[in-house]
Design a protein around this ligand. Sequence first.
Ligand SMILES: [Zn+2]
Length: 164
Amino acid sequence: VSPDVRVGLGYDIHQVDPARPLVLAGVVLPGPGLAGHSDADAVAHAVADALLGPAGLGDLGSLYPASDDRYAGADSMQLLGDVVARVHDAGWEAVNVDVVVAAEAPPLAPYVDAMCAALRAVLGRGVRDPFVSLKPKRGEAVGAVGRREAIAVWAVALLERRRT
Ligand SMILES: [Zn+2]
């Protein structure tokens, strides 16, 4: 018998692009935005990959290729909602998701609650209330994050086989 829980890991990194708005977990934040084909919501992308892996559904890049013009400027929280529906159809649902966001600017602490609430709403599809936690980290003046060249995100998700 295969186990009823599986863990998933997602990672994403986007280059800083001051000309664009910064959108993380669907929340528009002050400060320089991120380059990308979609809205460059690295939190939504990392969480999506953390869900897709253990559900056996591959990864975001192959499901929604950047070469496909349908996803130009796409709302990544909408894509995440689509991913949650696919994961649901594959027989799984999220128990909890934990996220680390490495960003030098802006300070993310004031927005953690709003980002978690937005993720909970999408992950729970209005019928469940999965536990979501998010921890901001700084780049400590080293690497691409520390030089304010990029924002990087890691996410883990615990999936449980659906009972309904
Ligand atoms: Zn991305």
